[in-house]
Structure formats: C-alpha cells, structure tokens
Design a protein around this ligand. Structure first.
Ligand code: HEM
Length: 234
C-alpha cells in the first residue's frame, strides 16, 4: 500500500505475496524442504563411512566430478552450494521478518493457553540460531579445514575421524544433531500446514512422517560420531 502511494504504481503480485505473512511462511516452507532434501542425501552419503576410507573418499571425489564431462569439475557441487545458500538466506530472512510481524501484532503478553505455542516458537528460533552457528563451524571444520587440527586435504574420511577424536568435536556435533531433530520435527509439520495439509487423516500421517524424518536424520547423523567413539569406524 505504502509502496503504491510512493511510486504511484501497484506493487507486483510477488511483492504483495512477500509482504504478507502467508507469503513469508511459504518461502520458509519451500526453502526448509529444499534443505531437508539436502540433509537426507547428506546423511545417506555420510553412512558410506561404515564401508571404509576408499568408499567414503571415493564418494567425496564423485561429488566433485558429478555431471562430467558435460559439467566442468565441481560445477554440480557449486550449483548445489548456491541453491543451499539461497535457501538458508531466504529461510533466515523470512523467519526474522515473521517474528517482527508477530511482535507487532501481539497486543498483550501471551495468555496462559498460548504458552505451548510460545514454547514451540522459542524452540524453533533458538534451534535455528544453533544450527546456523553449527553450519559455520562445520564448514570451517570439514570443508575449508580451518579449525580441524589434524586435517588432511582431499581425505574426508581421515578428517571426520580427526573431528570425532576430540571431546569438543563430539559434543558440538551431537548437540547440533539434537537441535536439528527438534527443528525438523516441528518445521516439517509447520511446512505441511502452510502448504495445505488437508483433512485430519492426512494431518496425522504428516505428523508421523515429521517424527520419523526427525528420528531418522538424528540417528543417521549421530551414528557417525558414536561409531568413531566406539572404535567401530577407525
Ligand atoms: C555427524 C554429522 C555430519 C558429518 C559427519 C558431516 C560430514 C561432512 C563432510 C565430511 C563434509 C565435507 C564433504 C566434502 O568436502 O567432500 C561435509 C560438508 C557439508 N555438510 Fe556435513 N556432516 C554432518 C552433518 C551436517 C549437517 C547436520 C548439516 C546441515 C545442517 C551439514 C551440512 C553440510 C554442508 C552445507 C557441507 C558443505 C558441502 C559443500 O559445499 O562442499 N552437515 N559434511
């Protein structure tokens, strides 16, 4: 409205949608689902560590030659990186703007019956912050190898072992994976509601799916540090 008055032109449909809370929730849902797809693939890829260094390092090499000879070395990986970065930014910006809208729209402090909703919102917000910080650490640890003291460039298997041979590496990753499980559980369910869950039966199925996804991701990711600590992967 304000935009239309200032420029004398009607705002575009995309602009109107982005300005609405429904639009921002849709951006959150779609970007969240893109990241979820990546996480499922990443978790499955990580499980290759159980088949030894050759298989795991070979897989990391394959990621860099994906699409070859049509695509140049690492192009497919860079496309994935750009899409993921766009999804992370869209997700974080819409989360921040939605929280500003919610604060502006709330006339009084939460009534007793809304405590549960407030708890879920707080968990999602802090979970998101923890995951954002974790991703920065994780990239410095296993992609750029900046903080990985015993890193060996081009040898991801050995680098994962180096990460999980320190108490702080294990603690950081396990805490982050717990935050990830909780975030996916509630986030997937919210995304389903935004994109139209439909009838009660479908909602029950989607809730079950949200719980299963969260559990599988948590267990799949955590199995790696646990296996290194237990000496199963060495
Ligand atoms: C125990 C859990 C995890 C392990 C062992 C692990 C392992 C790895 C390894 C070895 C790499 C480097 C791959 C390579 O350079 O070939 C990597 C990259 C990456 N991981 Fe993880 N990861 C874990 C959890 C996560 C989680 C929970 C997220 C997201 C929230 C994540 C996001 C990423 C991203 C974005 C990259 C960068 C990919 C790239 O651009 O090269 N990882 N991870």
């Amino acid at each position: 409205m304000a935009l239309a008055t200032r420029t004398g032109r009607r705002p575009s449909t995309t602009r109107t949608l982005w300005d609405s809370s429904v639009g921002k929730k849709t951006v959150m849902a779609v970007s969240g689902l893109i990241m979820l797809g990546y996480l499922v693939a990443h978790m499955l890829g990580n499980l290759k560590i159980f088949f030894g260094p050759e298989e795991f390092n070979g897989y990391a090499h394959w990621l860099r030659t994906l699409g070859s000879p049509f695509l140049h070395h690492e192009w497919a990986l860079w496309i994935v990186r750009v899409v993921l970065l766009a999804a992370v930014i869209a997700h974080a910006v819409s989360a921040y703007q939605l929280s500003r809208l919610a604060i502006g729209a709330r006339p009084v402090k939460y009534a007793h019956k809304r405590r549960r909703a407030a708890y879920a919102t707080r968990t999602m917000r802090w979970g998101g912050v923890i995951l954002g910080l974790f991703i920065v650490w994780h990239l410095l640890d296993l992609t750029t190898l900046t903080v990985n003291e015993r890193a060996w460039a081009g040898h991801p298997y050995e680098n994962v072992l180096a990460t999980f041979s320190t108490w702080y590496g294990n603690t950081l990753y396990i805490v982050a994976m717990a935050a990830l499980g909780l975030h996916v559980r509630h986030g997937f369910w919210s995304a389903a509601q935004t994109l139209g869950a439909g009838n009660a039966r479908r909602e029950r199925t989607l809730k079950l799916l949200a719980n299963a996804l969260a559990l599988v991701l948590f267990a799949g990711f955590v199995s790696v540090p646990v296996a290194v600590m237990a000496g199963v992967v060495n």
